[in-house]
Ligand binder design. Structure first.
Ligand SMILES: Cc1cc2nc3c(=O)[nH]c(=O)nc-3n(C[C@H](O)[C@H](O)[C@H](O)COP(=O)(O)OP(=O)(O)OC[C@H]3O[C@@H](n4cnc5c(N)ncnc54)[C@H](O)[C@@H]3O)c2cc1C
Length: 410
């Protein structure tokens, strides 16, 4: 049994805490805000084993510049952020080339493919209400949009993702809350969702605590390598404490701890927004209108529409005008959309190639990195927790670790 500290109680840190505790380790998880309060709170709740396409794509920077100048579009650059973000953006553009996209898909396929069954195990039968294998419906407003999505479909087909083509009438029959006027749709029966991401994270963390993990509501200020010895120290408001292994899963804030050790990861906040809307008749599954680049998920408290990718750092206040883009898109797709019940902005902790970094930190064997899940952390959390536990046990598990090593950026 090792003494392990996990920094961060988002979906990544909470899942790692739960899995390591089940392996019999003495685990302490630190977070000043408690479980599931940051990106893991307000996301779209999509849990899609076949979500393997990265955020980048061919010509992405040209598109982003055009959209930013027009003040519209799904990906926006905030100009004052560019000097800091430039090296990350260069790598991001490279990840959008064909070889980069294939590499990303191969890695995410490994990490996501058993997400729903892994969550079912993590949650147990008592909280089955937090997981739905509902399928997902991708809808296309024109044949042109369908053609444009051909590379995405080919990528999914190559990785064995089941998809059924639907006519517009079949899609409307499946989801009567949609407006008429679609061109066609694609049903992905093995995809799913949670109806409450924050509650899902809390349930996993609370279960780990019942199982014997310690959850400490405090911020870790500094990592303190043990001079000449094994283990890693932590400095918090409660003082210093030394652990056999420390796992950093602090989302977009991870580099504040890693930089002083020379272990920083190329990480940029891809800020995103949600609006939770009233809808008299909910869809039975997440709806992804491909051309609008939003996701609309039926949640416990309404229809949650998520979208917008903003490169603007962590300090700039939210641009809530983006909510108009989300509600406008929702009104074009669904009938009878009502008022927004809540609006929110959060930070997707993104690596340039959309593949998280899950490995031991170079030069610090007792420090493990588990961060950078970008747009798909809900899909990647159980796989990440299993990979971390395999790394610590020195086991080769179901996931090949080399995809997630920081060495690819060095
Ligand atoms: C609009 C939007 C929609 C999304 N939709 C989806 C989706 O549908 N499906 C999907 O798979 N993914 C989605 N994502 C992505 C997903 O939400 C993230 O990838 C995931 O939540 C990241 O989890 P995390 O645990 O790494 O980070 P976070 O949830 O941000 O958690 C990090 C935690 O670390 C803590 N922390 C930070 N610094 C310290 C410190 N020094 N000491 C202690 N604790 C610290 C923070 O308080 C925080 O609680 C979406 C994201 C956004 C923004």
């Amino acid at each position: 049994m090792a003494r392990i500290a996990v920094i961060g109680a988002g979906i990544i840190g909470s899942s790692i805490t739960a899995v390591l505790r089940r392996e019999g380790h003495a685990v302490t998880c630190f977070d000043p805000r408690g479980p599931g309060q940051a990106a893991s709170f307000g996301n779209g709740g999509s849990i899609a084993p076949g979500s393997i396409a990265g955020t980048s794509g061919p010509g992405i920077l040209g598109d982003a510049i055009r959209w930013s100048l027009a003040g519209d579009g799904p990906l926006r650059l905030h100009w004052p952020r560019l000097p800091v973000a430039a090296p990350w953006l260069r790598r991001f553009a490279r990840a959008g080339r064909p070889a980069g996209l294939q590499g990303t898909a191969a890695a995410l396929h490994q990490l996501h493919r058993s997400a729903l069954t892994d969550y079912a195990q993590l949650l147990g039968p008592g909280r089955a209400d937090l997981l739905r294998t509902s399928g997902q419906l991708y809808v296309y407003d024109s044949d042109k949009a369908y053609e444009k999505d051909a590379p995405g479909r080919a990528l999914r087909r190559d990785h064995g993702v089941r998809m059924t083509e639907l006519t517009a009438d079949e899609a409307l029959e499946m989801e009567p809350s949609l407006r008429p006027g679609l061109a066609r749709a694609l049903h992905l029966p093995d995809f799913g969702q949670t109806p409450n991401p924050g509650a899902l994270v809390r349930a996993i963390a609370e279960d780990a605590v019942r199982d014997g993990a310690r959850l400490v509501t405090t911020c870790i200020h500094k990592l303190l390598p043990v001079p000449g010895g094994r283990g890693m120290g932590l400095l918090s408001d409660h003082g210093e404490e030394v652990f056999d292994t420390v796992v950093v899963a602090a989302g977009i804030w991870s580099n504040r701890l890693l930089k002083p050790l020379g272990a920083a990861v190329p990480l940029e906040s891809l800020r995103g927004y949600h609006a939770t809307l009233e809808l008299p008749r909910m869809p039975g599954q997440p709806i992804y209108p491909i051309a609008e680049k939003i996701m609309a998920t039926p949640m416990e408290d309404g229809l949650r529409v998520v979208g917008v990718v903003e490169v603007a750092g962590t300090r700039k206040p939210p641009e809530f005008s983006n909510i108009d883009r989300l509600t406008g898109a929702a009104r074009r797709i669904f009938r009878d959309v009502g008022e927004a019940r809540s609006v929110w902005m959060g930070h997707r902790p993104a690596t340039p190639d959309s593949v998280p970094v899950i490995c031991r930190a170079p030069g610090h064997p007792d420090l493990v990195l588990a961060l950078g899940h970008g747009q798909t952390g809900m899909c990647g959390a159980p796989g990440t927790a299993n990979l971390v536990s395999d790394l610590l046990a020195g086991r080769q598990g179901r996931i090949e670790p080399h995809h997630f090593d920081i060495a690819r950026f060095r």
